[in-house]
Design a protein around this ligand. Structure first.
Ligand SMILES: [Cu+2]
Length: 160
């Protein structure tokens, strides 16, 4: 037992406890934090995301609710966000309200979701890297040849 001081015993005990905690933590199963982004506005042709600035934290599970209250389809596209999150699933919902239920679930990498007029989809993910993301856009082209993004439909995300 020579050389095994109280502090080394305490340190190895703490390391064991930390190891056990890390093993017990399943980040995909935590209660999701709900964030809602509207793609456009009801009765308006304005091409915007509402809100267009999001702040997230690494290690937390988010349920990003994408609802389209407008009369035209919109995309929620971001390569950078896709690269900085682990996607648990994307869901197609039966309605927009709080009692909405998933009618389809898609597993795997998610980079863009198109939501049709009146529709609602959800993107469940855990941010795994910090950074500022500025490439959240709607890629749909208007009759004038410009994309919705060029008309202002873009958003930024800060991951802390
Ligand atoms: Cu759009």
């Amino acid at each position: 037992m020579r050389g095994l001081t109280l502090s080394t015993i305490l340190a190895s005990g703490a390391a064991l406890l930390m190891g056990a905690g890390a093993l017990a933590a399943d980040l995909s199963q935590q209660k999701p934090i709900e964030i809602r982004v509207d793609l456009g506005k009801a009765g308006s042709d304005e091409q915007r995301f509402y809100p267009d600035k999001l702040t997230l934290e690494t290690g937390k599970l988010y349920r990003l609710v994408l609802h389209n209250p407008s009369n035209s389809a919109h995309y929620f596209f971001s390569s950078d966000l896709a690269a900085k999150v682990w996607t648990r699933k994307a869901q197609v919902m039966d309605e927009a309200g709080s009692s909405r239920k998933a009618i389809a679930e898609i597993k795997g990498l998610t980079r863009e979701i198109e939501v049709y007029p009146g529709g609602t989809a959800e993107w469940w993910f855990v941010p795994v890297a910090a950074g500022t993301i500025t490439d959240v856009i709607c890629t749909i082209k208007e009759k004038d040849g410009k994309t919705h993004a060029e008309h202002g439909m873009r958003a930024s995300v800060v991951i802390n």
